[in-house]
Design a binder for this molecule. Structure first.
Ligand code: 3PG
Length: 370
């Protein structure tokens, strides 16, 4: 296996305050969570900590989306920073729906509480959830002053947020410099499953990339050319960067995979039926298919038609099929063929980075050092 991780099962959490980093970047519309898969993925680690007879106090931490307005880390006064108040300008990125979800699962009762600079929900006497850490600029900047504030809350750090493991942020990497740190149950499973594909994939290996976040995806497409036999690209990148994708492909030296970029309908919101059929055709004889990102604006039917056609077509293939990413999983779940995939990763970008052979900072920080 590529990583030798310290595991939550080996952590001493008895009577400890445990900071548990989780994936809470889920689709929410009007305060309603659209897909719970990412939350369900780390829930066993929370249950483990509750049931380990450990008297642990658990502080859940995580992020949602990419807030545009971020606050600098407040400077502490001799009286602490408890009086620091901020108004969230993007309430749609608040973690309140996640606090409600956890509360239902553990029979809690939500109360608002302030822990130093952090707006927090006390869910039960032993379970808390801190508000979206990306409301502070220190989270993404991995700012030491912010990291220290976070670290002061806990005695032990557990990371069960695989989908964010490719980010060297305060709550994924910075904090591990201050607290004994371990991998949660989900992170362990992701590493185990994806390592097998990375080390010994059934070939031909096809990677299909769509969706938004094009600034993240473009470099990933390039990395995929080095490991895959076939790279299929659709969604927003196909719309904006068709020429760039081709130039990028031509510039790769040495062994590289075949590139296929989707044609889009006139409205540019979905893959054409012909391209969908073509994609399914070339995937027929593949050994492994990795899919991240819908092929159209699936949240606005009928622009989900191409993704549906592809999902139904791929579901019938005998290749080893892996699906990853919040929006992708949510959409394939709705289409109803999620059970046809052999492994569903919580990670989108993280899964692709992992499969490209790139070391993920959030995982490197959890490795055993002999
Ligand atoms: C994801 O959805 O892939 C993760 O939550 C990471 O999000 P990011 O690309 O905004 O860092």
């Amino acid at each position: 296996m590529i990583y030798n991780l310290k595991k939550v099962q080996d952590a001493d959490v008895n009577n400890k305050k445990v900071l548990l980093r989780v994936d809470v970047d889920v689709p929410v519309v009007d305060g309603v969570i659209q897909d719970e898969s990412r939350l369900k993925a780390w829930f066993p680690t929370l249950e483990y900590l509750i049931n380990a007879n450990a008297n642990a106090k658990i502080y859940l931490i995580g992020h949602m989306g990419r807030p545009k307005q971020q606050f600098p880390t407040p400077v502490s006064t001799p009286f602490g920073a408890n009086n620091f108040q901020f108004t969230i300008s993007e309430p749609n990125l608040s973690l309140k729906p996640v606090a409600e979800w956890v509360s239902k699962k553990v029979n809690g009762q939500i109360e608002e509480e302030k822990i130093d600079i952090f707006n927090t929900w006390k869910i039960r006497d032993d379970i808390y959830l801190l508000e979206n850490l990306r409301f502070f600029e220190g989270e993404e900047k991995n700012d030491p002053a912010f990291v220290k504030k976070l670290a002061l809350i806990g005695d032990v750090f557990i990371n069960d947020a695989f989908a964010t493991a490719h980010r060297a942020h305060a709550s994924t990497e910075g904090i591990t410099k201050f607290l004994p740190s371990f991998a949660g149950v989900r992170v362990q499973k992701e590493v185990e499953e994806l390592s097998r594909v990375l080390e010994n994939p059934l070939r031909p290996l096809a990677v299909m990339i769509g969706g938004a976040k094009i600034e993240t995806k473009l470099p990933l497409v390039e990395k995929m050319h080095r490991i895959a036999d076939l790279v299929l690209v659709g969604g927003e990148i196909a719309e904006n960067d068709k020429i760039l994708l081709k130039v990028q492909h031509e510039d790769i030296e040495g062994r590289k995979s075949v590139l296929l970029v989707a044609d889009l309908n006139q409205d540019l919101k979905d893959i054409t039926p012909k391209s969908s059929e073509n994609f399914i055709q070339v995937l027929q004889n593949t050994g492994t298919i990795v899919w991240n990102g819908p092929m159209g604006l699936v949240e606005q039917p009928p622009f989900d038609t191409g993704t549906k056609t592809l999902a139904d077509g791929i579901a019938k293939l005998s290749a080893y099929k892996i699906l990853g990413g919040g929006d992708t999983v949510s959409c394939i779940q709705k289409i109803g063929v999620i059970d046809k995939f052999n492994f569903v990763s919580t990670g989108g970008g993280a899964m692709l980075e992992f499969l490209s052979g790139e070391k993920l900072p959030g995982l490197v920080a959890l490795e055993v050092h002999s």
